[in-house]
Design a protein around this ligand. Sequence first.
Ligand SMILES: Cc1cc2nc3c(=O)[nH]c(=O)nc-3n(C[C@H](O)[C@H](O)[C@H](O)COP(=O)(O)OP(=O)(O)OC[C@H]3O[C@@H](n4cnc5c(N)ncnc54)[C@H](O)[C@@H]3O)c2cc1C
Length: 452
Amino acid sequence: MSRARPKVLIIGGGFGGLFCARRLGKVDVDVTVLDRAACHVFQPLLYQCATGTLSIGQISRSLREELADYHNVQTLLGEAVRLDADARTLTARRPDDSQYTLDYDYLVIAAGMRQSYFGHEEYAAWAPGMKTLDDALSIRRRLFGAFEIAETLPPGPERDSWLTFAVTGAGPTGVELAGQIRELATRALANEFHAIEPEEARVLLFDGGDRVLKTFAPALAHQAGRTLEELGVEMHFGVHVTDVRRDGITVSPKGGGPDEEYATRTVLWTAGVEAVPFARHAAEMLDATTDRSGRITVNEDLSVPGHPDVFVVGDLAGREGLPGVAENAMQGGWHVAACIRRDLATRGRRKYRYRDLGSAAYISRGHALLQAGPVKLTGRLGWLGWGFIHIAFLTGVQNRVSTVATWMASIARANRTDRTFILGGSGHPEEPYTWESPVHQGNHAAKDDQKA
Ligand SMILES: Cc1cc2nc3c(=O)[nH]c(=O)nc-3n(C[C@H](O)[C@H](O)[C@H](O)COP(=O)(O)OP(=O)(O)OC[C@H]3O[C@@H](n4cnc5c(N)ncnc54)[C@H](O)[C@@H]3O)c2cc1C
């Protein structure tokens, strides 16, 4: 150890990083939490933000505020971009593209995963994923914008394509989104439009498997499928989405057969995840192996082989039996903090043992699944359990109170109070897809020129 008071650098203030930092608060170490977004996001409720129930403020909290009581913990805004494992330094990029360097005695990589388009990054322009607050706001703009645009069009195929919503991936996020769009169309928006009937909105859910929610017990998943059907979600299994365009998608059966085309102006992508780019760089610098999605192989104590001073926690930790869920990230963060404390006390480290405390998925109002060991709940009981768990883990008392109040109001009145969406943005080509700026049109023209 190079100094009397060790420096712990945590990359990422998600579930893994935050729980590690909290456990090291008031320990005799200096902790720095580096995050490219400077806030902790409660990802399990992102879809409620995207569909207008909750605000981004209710599902996130500034890391600075969250960790203010721990005087040995500093939070910094910056994206980790370069690691020098021999010198034990990390280079971070500020949003203005300038850089700074941090040194460490312990490094905790908790940078999570991002959406994977399976090598088709071009889909991202038309099909946002669901991992960040930006994604949630982008989806909100597309959803509510689609109904608004449809209202201005005469009946016909163009209007229909604005009222058709395609969701890829029938895991918890895809199921939650699909259910929420139908619920939005049939409840909150049902009586607000003059030209269109929002209830007629089609929601198409595509998945390569043979049922929704593969990680849940078949009986629960079957129940969820029935509830979605009753809501009016059209489910297509055993298929892959093989093209995403501005005005539609192509769907190919896995077992062969003719492709199908769907005209839609809103595609939401929840089909897969992969490691964030920094994780791949870190694995290379640490000479560590990774799996196909870029998760870094770790020892039993979550350290990287050959680097006892570097740990990986959360979604990025690659080890048999560790799922990509919040509970694994939280427990991993606590475990790594315990390892560091044991090192300081010159006691041996313990192995990390993940305890599966169960999982839950929201299907629709009054319906959720809850699976914890032998306990399997559906319907209203599952819904209550789901609500209780989510409130318990949301950061900040104020967020918890206001979220419960918002839920009560939306149950009573079927309304959604956070529907505001903003047009315009950074000018990036993946930004608003409808009101194209000359820059975007220029980009399309350039691409068309290349094709020609
Ligand atoms: C839509 C959605 C719904 C989910 N629902 C559930 C659920 O119901 N139950 C459940 O258990 N799990 C759920 N999950 C999974 C759960 O959210 C993750 O398992 C958990 O967030 C992983 O924690 P983590 O700390 O590994 O990463 P994250 O929570 O993803 O945090 C990573 C952090 O690292 C930061 N970061 C990334 N790259 C860099 C970089 N280069 N430099 C600096 N900072 C960086 C990010 O800004 C982020 O703050 C859901 C996930 C999503 C996306």
